[in-house]
Design a protein around this ligand. Structure first.
Ligand code: FAD
Length: 463
């Protein structure tokens, strides 16, 4: 039987970071991956958040194709799938560091990114064993995990096992740490990978104008278009528990409807794009803090733990952060001789103090906002006309003051909806963010009083 300090299952971003860190800390580490190569089994593309480049400086050195996404847009379609309102925005000056002010994400293919990270783990000294499915865990008489069993029946002992085996995470079940995900904790994402030539994308969109898109309509829940180095992805997801209740019960049918809607069809035609591959993947999207992330001899990282962000299920950064923390805790507990559940509780304490704990402090509020607004098509039959009216005062259809009156009465008509939005979604988030609401309101009132004292504006300055 082979023996290691650390056995890592899954060479996704979480597993490779765990294996890389453990090896750098001097631990004998093995990294198992069921795919022939890392990335083979993952959703084909992803966006890397700017903080990945800030927090993991070795990612700056990666030499793989990627698109810097400098714009995001939201398209509101009506029930005929015509675009009625569109917003496009760029990174804000509020970004705390250079990358956050420059781009939203870098879109890459997982086959490239996962291989890049797994290679770093190998270079650090981890033994990478691909094409190997881990089927079970080894347990001692007290139920503590002592290693894993592969599909070839090989028993591999490890002082600590790190389960980084993604959303399904067979290892969490086998270790007795998790039963099935609850229906409001897991989403199914269907996605179509389109191929288009980079030359054509650059001619039509322009290399400085890469933009990802979200489409909302009364007919389907918030699909996205993510630009990729060889084309783009069109995808759409929903919580499993809601598929059966009228929010998208036939995922591929919805995806087909999205792809054949006029704005999407135009986009596909302009880029002369061809569908290359369909995917369906599970993705945890938790409205609450993940509860069981460690046990005797084992820690769960990334999707296996449920760490994707509760607003939009961005999961790569949290997988990498949790993988690194788990490896550091493995090193400390192996050195202190306590890798029992009591010892590994340190892992939970650490991730709760990290950006992961901070993100999940408003998990319920963020998930409810997404479920109640973006993933609820019926809301868009109200929101889209309201948004479309925003500039009505400027219309040349009537004297502008009359337009403004009509606009205000429309908003008054929808006051119950707007108040409900503030009460159910906005206020809970403001309260959670410790926003110094009342101080800010007082300040705004004071500024308003001061501007009232100002003299009228001169249309034609004297002299
Ligand atoms: C369609 C889609 C789009 C997404 N887009 C983004 C995005 O743009 N940005 C972002 O940050 N996040 C995105 N996410 C979320 C992100 O992909 C995950 O949060 C992230 O990949 C989690 O990393 P991980 O290492 O925990 O797990 P994974 O990336 O799922 O890696 C798990 C690895 O374990 C292997 N494995 C599984 N079981 C076994 C086993 N028994 N034995 C051996 N190997 C095993 C798998 O083959 C896989 O390589 C997206 C998810 C989906 C589904």
């Amino acid at each position: 039987m082979s023996r290691y300090d650390v056995v890592v299952v899954g060479a996704g971003p979480g597993g490779s970071l765990a294996a890389k860190t453990a090896s750098e800390l001097g631990l004998k580490t093995v990294l198992f991956e069921r795919g022939k190569k890392p990335g083979d089994k993952s959703s084909s593309g992803c966006g890397l958040a700017p903080r990945i480049f800030r927090d993991f400086d070795f990612v700056r050195e990666m030499d793989i194709p990627g698109l810097k996404i400098k714009y995001q847009s939201l398209h509101m379609l009506d029930e005929n799938l015509e675009e009625r309102f569109m917003m496009r925005w760029s990174p804000s000056d509020l970004g705390e560091y250079a990358e956050a002010r420059e781009y939203f994400q870098v879109d890459v293919y997982r086959r490239d990114f996962d291989r890049f990270l797994a290679n770093l783990a190998s270079e650090a000294g981890a033994e990478l064993r691909t094409g190997t499915l881990v089927e079970d865990v080894l347990k001692d008489s007290e139920g503590r995990v002592r290693g894993v069993v592969t599909d070839q029946g090989e028993k591999v002992e490890g002082e600590v096992t790190i389960a980084a085996d993604g959303a399904v995470s067979l290892i969490s079940y086998k270790a007795g740490l998790r039963d099935k995900w609850k229906p409001d904790e897991i989403t199914l994402i269907v996605d179509c990978d389109f191929q288009a030539s980079k030359k054509r994308i650059d001619e039509i969109i322009g290399p400085e104008e890469y933009c990802n898109h979200v489409y909302v309509s009364p007919l389907f829940p918030a699909p996205y278009v993510a630009m990729m180095p060889e084309g783009f992805h069109v995808g759409y997801g929903q919580w499993i528990g809601r598929f059966a209740s009228g929010y998208g019960e036939r995922p591929y049918e919805y995806l087909r409807r999205v792809i054949s809607s006029k704005p999407l069809k135009r986009f596909i035609d302009r880029l002369d794009a061809k569908p290359r591959e369909f995917h369906a993947h599970l993705l945890p999207w938790m409205p609450r803090l993940p509860a069981h992330t460690y046990g005797g001899g084992i820690m769960l990282v990334g999707d296996a733990a449920g760490f994707a962000c509760p607003l939009e299920a961005e999961g790569i950064h949290y997988a990498m952060v949790s993988g690194k923390i788990a490896a550091e805790v493995a090193a400390e507990t192996i050195s202190s001789g306590d890798t029992s559940a009591d010892g590994l509780k340190l892992y939970e304490e650490r991730w709760k103090k990290s950006v992961i704990g901070e993100e999940f402090s408003a998990a319920k509020e963020w998930a409810e906002l997404w479920a109640g607004i973006f993933f609820d098509p019926k809301q868009w039959s109200i929101i889209t006309p309201l948004a479309n009216n925003i500039m009505f005062w400027a219309s040349w259809s009537n004297p502008h003051i009359k337009n403004l009156q009509r606009q205000i009465s429309k908003y008054k008509e929808n006051a119950p909806f707007l108040l409900e939005f503030v009460k159910s979604y906005l206020y809970p988030l403001l309260r959670k963010s410790n926003f110094p609401l009342f101080r800010s309101l007082l300040k705004l009132g004071w500024m308003w009083l001061r501007t009232k004292k100002r003299k009228g504006i001169e249309l034609i300055p004297e002299g």
